[in-house]
Each structure stands twice: as structure tokens, then as C-alpha cells.
Design a protein around this ligand. Structure first.
Ligand SMILES: Nc1ncnc2c1ncn2[C@@H]1O[C@H](COP(=O)(O)OP(=O)(O)OP(=O)(O)O)[C@@H](O)[C@H]1O
Ligand code: SF4
Ligand SMILES: [Mg+2]
Length: 413
């Protein structure tokens, strides 16, 4: 009798365990019913947003604004860019604020998926619609004509006047941006015809060849008549840069411009970008996951993690004395020849799911410096100097001291 009772007890225990496991696992899955409901709700949201985006003849006053600091060419302020997917809302950019000062290179760094490209695509208003939308926040852009646009509010049709002529983008893989069935020359001329419709074919050819020469292509007349597949990776990236420059832009957004190239060509392309920044008298937003590239090129650095800025400052500050534990980890993971250890440092753990972000510091579960305070809400960006901000509770005291000093100085004035 006891044997039978024990047997049933064991079965019941196993059954309970199985149920508990199923319940735990079900937290990570969504049912078909939930998917359908989310898709329906998200479709409703994106439809309303697209309707607003596709409006025509919108008076300029609706999207004209003022810069906080006239020395900046771009000011991102509390930008939220989301993707409304069937599985939920992907908070790809979740409250990003930073500036791009005039005639400077701002490096944006962070591991894969942290929202670097989505931030730049929001600035160009090229998010994959209808799912990708700027949910809230501002992107102030100071144009060549002296007007300041809030890109987040500019309708799609009016954005065409700004994109290309004012700001251009250089992508990681030039082959995906160049059309394989058209000659290089035709693709370069096309940009000029689009932005300066009065240009004649002869003028366009002259300007295109000149641009190819500027970006260091040896026989520009020959390359003008070639197809993209007839060029090397480095040459294709130079052509992309020539295309980006042909309208004399105010701002170049370079998204991993050298990742697909070998080290020597990479150095040449970076050198070229630096020269061109001075030539066009503009600014560059340089996106990369390579801290080495940032150290070489940038004046300012913005470190992103899980859709947020965790630290920003001048390149000297960030490299000499990284403050955020994530930036410290990034710096430690740069391969160095003089290291004693033969294993490379990696930051343990993974990035949180952008659909289900925690309500505490996003880096907490990977952070080796966390303490009780870190269980609280997401830390705000704190000033540790006039040019430096860090989103980490470790610097509350420094921030308080900074505020006291700044308050004292203001009081003396
Ligand atoms: N079209 C899309 N639909 C849904 N989610 C997207 C889409 N595009 C990007 N995302 C999500 O947005 C987040 C940020 O992506 P983003 O491309 O900006 O990353 P990244 O920092 O540029 O990474 P990488 O260094 O790999 O280029 C990621 O979680 C990504 O999965
Ligand atoms: S707030 Fe806490 S958990 Fe987050 S990075 Fe700073 S120390 Fe680490
Ligand atoms: Mg990217």
C-alpha cells in the first residue's frame, strides 16, 4: 500500500514540477492570440503616424524651431525611435540626447544592436516604415539656409529637400548602396540632376569626374565609365564618398564606413574622410564599434548601450578616464599586443531584450560595480565635468560637487 502511495506522490511531484516549468517557459513565449492583438494595435498606431508623416503642404512653422546652442549643427533631444512589430514594440532608441557641434567629428560607439544605425536613420528620416517610427523627442538640424528644422516633425515630402543636399550617409557595404546595373558616372550624375535640376549632362560629367579625383581615384575618367562590380571594395567606398560629397553637404553620417575594408584601405578612407571634413567645412557623425577608429578620428564620443547614451564627452576624457562600467569594459576588450594574458577580455552576459527592457539600469545584470542603489530606477545622465556626462549611480557625489561648484560660479557672476 505504501509503495503505491509513494508512487503516486512521486508522479504528483513530477507533474507539479512540469507545470511550474511550463509556466516559467510560457513567460518567454507569446500566443498566436497575443501576436494578432499586438499586430492589430501596432497597425493602428503606425497608420496614424504614417498619415501624419505623409501630409503635403504642411506650413513650415509647424516644424521650424531654434537650436539650444548655435554652435551645434545637430541636437538630438530625448529621441525615442521604435519598431512596432508583431512581437511587440522594439525600443531601438530609448531616450537619446547628444549634440553634433559644427566642424567636428562625433563618434558614436557601442556593441551590435545598441541603436547606432537607428539613431542615424532617424536623423535622415529613413527608418523602415511603417514599422519604424520616431515615437517622440526632437532632432534639431541647423540648415545651410539658416533655418532650424525639427526633423522629427518634418513630413516625408519636405525631408527630400534636406536629405542629400544638406546631409548624406555613407554605408558600411558600398555594394548594397550602388546600383549594379548602372555605370558609376551615371549614378554620380543622377544625384546632381536630382538636387540641381538645371545641371546639363556635360556639367554633371565634369563635376562627377572632379569628385572622383577628390576622393583619390587614380584614373577618374575611366572609372566614370565602369560598373560597380569592376571596382575593388576600397574604390567602391571612395565612389560612395564622392556621391555623398557631390552636393556639398553640411553633415556626413558615416555608418561603419570601413568595416568591410582591409586595414590599409581602412586607414586611407579614414584619412580621406578627415580631409574632406575640413574641405566641406562640415561635421561628421561617425558610427563604429571600433574604439580604435574613434580614438584616431573623433573630437567627441557618445557611448550607447541598449538604445541609450551611457556616457559622452571629449575623446580625450573618454579614453583617458572612462567612467561608465560599460565604457571601461569596452576599453578593456580592445586587443593589445603587449597584454600578458592570451585570452581577450569580454563583458559577461547579454544586452537586455529591446522589447522588454527592465525598469532599472540596463547594464545592471552585467555590471561588476553594482550596489544597492542600482536596483532603483534607470540612472539619469550626471555631469562629472562641464563636457562630460555619465548615466551611472557611482557618480552621484561627483555630480553633487560639480553642481555645487557650477552653482557657486554662477552665483559669483
Ligand atoms: N526593421 C527593423 N525591425 C525591427 N527591429 C529593428 C529593425 N531595425 C533595427 N531593429 C532593432 O533595433 C535595434 C537597434 O538596431 P541598430 O541597427 O540601430 O543597431 P546598431 O547599433 O547599428 O548595430 P550594428 O553595430 O550591428 O550595426 C536592434 O535591437 C535591432 O534588432
Ligand atoms: S548604475 Fe549601477 S549597475 Fe548601472 S552601470 Fe552604474 S554601477 Fe553599474
Ligand atoms: Mg548599425
Amino acid at each position: 500500500m505504501n509503495k503505491i502511495l509513494n508512487y503516486f506522490k512521486k508522479v504528483l511531484k513530477r507533474f507539479k514540477k512540469k507545470k511550474a516549468r511550463q509556466k516559467e517557459e510560457s513567460k518567454h513565449y507569446i500566443s498566436l492570440k497575443q501576436i494578432k492583438a499586438t499586430a492589430k494595435e501596432n497597425k493602428r498606431i503606425t497608420k496614424a503616424m504614417e498619415k501624419k508623416n505623409n501630409r503635403k503642404n504642411v506650413p513650415e512653422e509647424e516644424y521650424l524651431t531654434k537650436m539650444r546652442d548655435p554652435n551645434n549643427v545637430v541636437e538630438f533631444e530625448d529621441l525615442h525611435s521604435y519598431f512596432y512589430t508583431e512581437s511587440g514594440v522594439v525600443k531601438a532608441v530609448d531616450g537619446v540626447s547628444f549634440d553634433i557641434p559644427r566642424k567636428s567629428i562625433v563618434g558614436v560607439v557601442g556593441e551590435s544592436g545598441c541603436g547606432k544605425s537607428v539613431t542615424s536613420l532617424s536623423l535622415m528620416k529613413l527608418l523602415q516604415s511603417p514599422q519604424g517610427q520616431i515615437h517622440s523627442g526632437s532632432i534639431r538640424y541647423s540648415a545651410k539656409n539658416g533655418k532650424v528644422y525639427d526633423i522629427a516633425k518634418v513630413p516625408k515630402i519636405d525631408m527630400r529637400k534636406i536629405r542629400g543636399k544638406e546631409m548624406t550617409m555613407i554605408f558600411q557595404e558600398p555594394m548594397t548602396s550602388l546600383n549594379p546595373v548602372f555605370k558609376i558616372g551615371d549614378q554620380l550624375d543622377e544625384i546632381l540632376f536630382l538636387h540641381f535640376p538645371e545641371t546639363t549632362k556635360k556639367e554633371a560629367k565634369k563635376k562627377s569626374i572632379e569628385m572622383l579625383k577628390i576622393v583619390g581615384i587614380a584614373v577618374p575618367e575611366k572609372v566614370y565609365d565602369r560598373y560597380p562590380h569592376e571596382l575593388s571594395g576600397g574604390m567602391r567606398q571612395r565612389v560612395m564618398i564622392a556621391m555623398a560629397l557631390s552636393c556639398d553637404p553640411n553633415l556626413i553620417i558615416a555608418d561603419e564606413p570601413t568595416t568591410a575594408l582591409d586595414v590599409t584601405i581602412q586607414a586611407q578612407i579614414l584619412e580621406l574622410l578627415r580631409d574632406l571634413k575640413d574641405k566641406i567645412n562640415g561635421s561628421i557623425m561617425l558610427i563604429t564599434h571600433d574604439l580604435g577608429v574613434i580614438a584616431e578620428m573623433a573630437d567627441y564620443v557618445v557611448v550607447m548601450y541598449a538604445g541609450r547614451v551611457v556616457e559622452k564627452g571629449t575623446v580625450k576624457e573618454i579614453f583617458k578616464d572612462p567612467k561608465h562600467p560599460y565604457t571601461m569594459g569596452l576599453q578593456k576588450s580592445i586587443p593589445a599586443l603587449n597584454l600578458d594574458s592570451d585570452t581577450l577580455y569580454t563583458i559577461p552576459g547579454t544586452v537586455p531584450n529591446p522589447i522588454d527592457l527592465p525598469n532599472y539600469c540596463y547594464f545592471r545584470d552585467r555590471c561588476n560595480k553594482r550596489f544597492e542603489k542600482c536596483d532603483g530606477p534607470y540612472p539619469p545622465l550626471m555631469n562629472t565635468s562641464s563636457s562630460r556626462k555619465v548615466a551611472c549611480y557611482l557618480y552621484e557625489e561627483i555630480q553633487a560637487e560639480f553642481n555645487k561648484e557650477a552653482g557657486g560660479k554662477n552665483g559669483k557672476k
